[in-house]
Design a protein around this ligand. Structure first.
Ligand code: GAR
Length: 207
């Protein structure tokens, strides 16, 4: 079993999906930059250390990320999972963990990086939207793509209805991507990820 920490900032539904997925992963801590993050409760309920590091109490982004690194090293994590972690990481942090730092983003990257992806998708009038699990690089919402799931955009969608359709898929593809990582089945070549012996495709179409 590989040892993983999950970083989050809020609701924690992706953390919950990961904890419920019966993965070959030992979750050794959940860390939030927001002390009031509801998602920490999912960790506590399973006796997983829930750590809050309030970013507002640090003088700089660098100082905060150093504190984060200390917690991660103390826990002895091999894999760092970002699950709704809404803070930009420093280059030093990302480079330190590159190749074992994974994120989920609520769009079909490289479309719609950044915040408010569902609003942006509706404003562009795209007919297909979705989510992406990817390795993290210093460029925001960028990096080798592990798996994507696509959903239709329907005529009467609001950002909320679209977000909830995407979220259902997030909860399916994130555990699968982490399982592949934990089993050592992800191969990155020229910035492209291939899965050895995938039980399902790296593209999931939910229509
Ligand atoms: C999820 O939709 C996740 O993809 C998104 O935040 C939400 C967190 O929900 N992440 C990002 O936007 C990262 N840039 P959750 O706390 O219920 O897992």
């Amino acid at each position: 079993m590989i040892r993983a920490v999950v970083l989050l900032s809020g609701r924690g539904s992706n953390l919950k999906a990961l904890l419920e997925a019966d993965l070959p992963v030992q979750f050794i801590a959940a860390i939030s930059n927001r002390p009031d993050a509801a998602g920490l409760e999912f960790a506590r309920a399973r006796n997983i250390p829930a750590i809050s590091l309030d970013h507002k109490t640090y003088p700089s982004r660098e100082a905060f990320d150093q504190a984060l690194i200390q917690e991660i090293e103390k826990a002895g994590a091999e894999l760092i999972i970002l699950a709704g972690y809404m803070r930009i990481l420093t280059k030093a942090f990302v480079e330190r963990y590159q190749g074992r730092l994974i994120n989920i983003h609520p769009s079909l990257l490289p479309a719609f990086p950044g915040l408010r992806t569902h609003e942006a998708a509706l404003a562009e009038g795209v007919k297909i939207h979705g989510c992406t699990v990817h390795f993290v690089t210093p460029e925001l919402d960028h990096g080798p793509i592990i798996i994507q799931a696509a959903v239709p955009v329907l005529p009467n969608d609001t950002a909320e209805t679209l977000a909830s359709r995407v979220l259902v898929e997030e909860h399916k593809i994130y555990p699968l991507a982490i399982k592949w990582f934990a089993e050592g089945r992800l191969v990155i070549s020229d910035g492209v990820v291939n899965v050895m012996n995938p039980e399902r495709s790296q593209s999931v179409l939910s229509y």
